[in-house]
Design a protein around this ligand. Structure first.
Ligand SMILES: NC(=O)c1ccc[n+]([C@@H]2O[C@H](COP(=O)([O-])OP(=O)(O)OC[C@H]3O[C@@H](n4cnc5c(N)ncnc54)[C@H](O)[C@@H]3O)[C@@H](O)[C@H]2O)c1
Length: 333
């Protein structure tokens, strides 16, 4: 059993709160938002939670074991460090921190004191993403050649972060998890069409040590919601469409093979088109599994699938993409 503080009850925090409140491993819950309107509104939905406007009440409470931070990105680091300094385990929403230096400080401080750090890479607790990991590990697709991913819609323009920091953490966390590696090449191109200085569309290219390549498109400006990933392997190919109610994953037995040349200089390509299979998926709520993992790790001291260290890898790639994009914006427009 653990006592948990939840800081930030804006758009996303209440979703985490709903799931932690439903978990039997969580005993006492203290919720906090500096905005009294938000605190009272959400507090009235969870009457058994204690409420405070001041996050120091949570940090200084010796009975609190872990703190969930679902506030704006720039406040992740100061709040997380304060929690860690008071001996609390931390769950920090994505992106883990606003730059790699801060992320590293959080992770190293926690690791030295054996405190759990976890990042809210929610998709890594979702049934289709876990199924794809299994499929890739079974080598059914062969070696991974490339992955493309589109995450676009007419989204909420954020005032403090670009579309890269808002949406790409999802794709980056999935890519790095599936491939089991972090990129050694990241570059981005895009534009700030609506609010100057805050890019709202970006096309990001990534290269990985294994030789796999990836392209991630993120945008807050698109007529409809796309959440589509294509994974091309040396044996088979896969499409993951998260907007589909059923059959989110389809595996295509398609590919191109080079036939042995019969004479010097002659080669032939053989195109293969076989079955299309949609695997059965488990059914559970990702946020429920995510909160269960945080509580389990506090109890056992083990490292979560989405550790702070993995969050730092994603932050490093976001930072590189952002830098590459801002250089191009400065030079070309
Ligand atoms: N995992 C996901 O799929 C997902 C989805 C949406 C948002 N998020 C993440 O969740 C986080 C919050 O996003 P949001 O859209 O809910 O933001 P939001 O602006 O709607 O809410 C943030 C809340 O935090 C409160 N707050 C800020 N600083 C505070 C402090 N020092 N003490 C107490 N309260 C404080 C604000 O008053 C506000 O109510 C971000 O990191 C975002 O990237 C994750």
């Amino acid at each position: 059993m653990a006592n948990i503080g939840v800081i930030g009850l804006g758009y996303w925090g209440p979703n985490l709160l709903r799931n932690i409140a439903a978990n039997r491993r969580a005993e006492r819950l203290v919720i906090c938002d500096s905005d009294p309107g938000r605190l009272n509104k959400i507090g009235s939905r969870f009457p058994s939670c204690e409420k405070t406007l001041n996050c120091n009440d949570i940090f200084c409470d010796p009975d609190i074991d872990g703190v969930i931070i679902a506030t704006t990105v720039s406040s992740h680091y100061p709040l997380a460090m304060e929690a860690l300094k008071n001996g609390k385990h931390i769950f920090v929403e994505k992106p883990f921190a606003e730059n790699t230096v801060k992320a590293e400080e959080m992770v190293e401080y926690a690791e030295k004191r054996k405190l759990v750090t976890m990042v809210g890479h929610t998709f890594l607790y979702s049934p289709p993403v876990l199924k794809i990991k299994q499929i890739l590990e079974s080598k059914e697709l062969g070696d991974i050649r490339f992955i493309t991913s589109s995450r676009v819609n007419l989204g909420l323009h954020q005032k403090d972060v670009s579309v890269i920091w808002d949406l790409a953490p999802h794709d980056f966390s999935m890519l790095f998890y599936w491939l089991g590696e972090e990129p050694n090449f990241v570059e981005a191109f895009g534009h700030d069409y609506v609010l100057k200085g805050i890019p709202d569309v970006a096309f990001i290219n990534l290269g990985f040590p294994s030789g796999a390549t990836a392209n991630v498109q993120v945008a807050w400006l698109a007529p409809s919601k796309l959440r589509k990933t294509v994974i091309v392997g040396s044996r088979k190919m896969l499409i993951y469409d998260d907007t589909e109610p059923y059959e989110k994953i389809k595996i295509f037995d398609k590919g191109v093979d080079i036939l042995e040349p019969e004479s010097f200089g002659e080669y032939q390509l053989s195109y293969r088109t076989g079955d299309i299979v949609s695997p059965r998926l488990d059914s559970f709520e990702p946020l429920n599994a995510e909160m269960e993992e945080f509580l389990r790790c506090i109890e056992t001291g083990s490292s979560p699938r989405t550790s702070g260290r993995s969050g730092m890898g994603v932050v490093r790639a976001l930072e590189t993409a952002d830098l590459s994009l801002s250089k191009k914006l400065r030079n070309s427009f």
